[in-house]
Design a protein. Structure first.
Length: 135
């Protein structure tokens, strides 16, 4: 399996006024759809899959949201592409190895983008930041 692209189609960040007290942040990634795609790589055409995903960071109680939607594209053996796509169409599930690779790639890019967006609109970082302890 080779991931050949990950692009954002929609980026949204909203901060609302009036948050008081403790703010809870919940992050979630969902694969909304999987579609077959023929990719032109150089002079060759390669069968692949496009994973349509959505990453959300919700700030509660109703303080803000970060929503990132996009597409991850990967290529694989044509037989495996058909198997993965058929499994998705049947019961909206992916093999564990495909799900792990897909979600890790999406999280790597989305966590960084969400961190940048949170800074730009003055929301707390959606992921824990490292802290230094001095003894």
């Amino acid at each position: 399996m080779a991931i050949v692209g990950l692009n954002f189609d929609k980026i949204s960040a909203i901060r609302k006024e009036g948050a008081k007290g403790k703010i809870n942040i919940s992050n979630n990634v969902t694969v909304k759809d999987v579609v077959e795609s023929n990719l032109n790589l150089g002079s060759q055409s390669q069968e692949g899959l496009k994973f349509i995903f959505e990453y959300t960071s919700k700030y509660e109680p109703d303080f803000g949201d970060i929503i990132l939607e996009g597409t991850l594209v990967f290529i694989e053996d044509p037989k495996r592409i058909k198997e993965i796509h058929a499994g998705w169409k049947k019961d909206k599930k992916l093999p564990n190895d495909v799900m792990r690779e897909t979600l890790n790639a999406v999280l790597n890019k989305c966590n960084v983008q969400a961190l940048i967006l949170s800074r730009e609109i003055n929301l707390p970082p959606p992921i824990p930041m490292p802290k230094v302890n001095v003894k």
